[in-house]
Design a protein. Structure first.
Length: 158
């Protein structure tokens, strides 16, 4: 087995590299990710009235903005021209579920962009609620599905 052991961002010597996607065809790529931020019910009830403004709107914008800058967050990620970024926030008994969907017409997938979108939205929410709940927990960041590209579609649990 080569030193890279199948990791796409390692060369045959095991050294980090940016993957060459120049020979891949351009196709429509869709990636969905999610994470959770665990909060008390009292913090959830207060989210709409925080002094810093509409926390959920801030989280959505943070997620969209971060998705567009994924290559700045992840050193070996390709900068993509994104066609669409959507962020959804859904209340649960123990916090919020944050979901993202990223669409790009590109030579490489948008999975990292979808993951970064969720992470940034969750961190923006943490920033908004930290004055009332420093114990908030960001958890379960994960890719839910991806489509497009040579390796085809993938869905968590599918």
């Amino acid at each position: 087995m080569s030193a890279d052991a199948g990791f796409s961002h390692l060369d045959e010597r095991g050294e980090a590299r940016m993957v060459d996607v120049s020979g891949k065809p351009v196709s429509r790529r869709v990636a969905r990710a999610s994470c959770r931020i665990l909060l008390s019910s009292s913090t959830l009830d207060r989210l709409a009235t925080l002094a810093k403004g509409d926390a959920l709107a801030v989280a959505r914008v943070a997620g969209i903005q971060a998705a567009k800058r994924t290559a700045d967050w992840i050193p070996l990620a390709h900068p993509l021209a994104l066609d669409r970024v959507a962020i959804e926030l859904e209340r649960a008994d123990d916090g919020l579920t944050i979901s993202s969907e990223v669409v790009a017409t590109a030579r490489t997938g948008a999975a990292m962009d979808a993951l970064v979108a969720c992470a940034a939205a969750a961190l923006a929410l943490y920033d908004m609620v930290k004055a009332v709940e420093r114990g908030a927990i960001v958890t379960e960041l994960r890719l839910e599905s991806k489509s497009g590209g040579a390796r085809g579609d993938w869905t968590r649990g599918g």
